[in-house]
Write a protein that binds this ligand. Structure first.
Ligand SMILES: [Zn+2]
Length: 157
């Protein structure tokens, strides 16, 4: 195994759906997907036309400290299966036209030299370059324009 996309925990997705509140205490926005701009951070699939989705603010587990940030995320409003596939880049990344690959070390310091902005369909090359670097502990992939987290990516061990 070279890498694994790590979606939002199922417990977090279920809490959002059950309580209608996000990690900042704000009310979730309920919407219907139109077009391809509604990536669910739990199944890591794009919501299909007309599917109901929730929009809220998510507290990223990592990086901690100086680089920590919350992120707007969409989730399917109903139950969906958490993405689990090894060595497969998530559809929400592959289908996004401009993503930002951000590498961090074990102390949650951003490794600027390993960062890359590119078409999501081409993101595996900079992702693997970052993951193979001995300093990299994990990678977060964001949308490059609004800057929202798409998925964390971890390497084995
Ligand atoms: Zn989903």
């Amino acid at each position: 195994m070279m890498f694994r996309c790590v979606p939002v925990d199922t417990t977090v997705a279920e809490r959002f759906r059950r309580e209608g509140r996000d990690d900042r205490g704000g009310a979730l926005r309920r919407m219907r997907a139109s077009g391809s701009g509604f990536p669910c951070r739990h199944c890591l699939q794009l919501a299909t036309e007309g599917e109901e989705v929730l929009l809220g603010s998510y507290d990223l587990p990592r990086p901690r400290g100086i680089y920590w940030t919350p992120s707007p995320i969409f989730l399917h409003a109903g139950p969906c299966e958490r993405f689990r596939q090894d060595d497969v880049l998530a559809p929400v990344v592959l289908r996004n036209p401009l993503v930002s690959v951000r590498a961090y070390d074990a102390a949650d310091q951003c490794l600027y030299a390993l960062g890359e902005v590119c078409d999501g369909a081409m993101a595996e090359v900079p992702l693997l370059r970052a993951l193979r670097h001995p300093d990299t502990a994990f990678v977060n992939i964001h949308t490059a324009r609004p800057g929202c987290l798409l998925t964390r990516v971890e390497k084995p061990g």
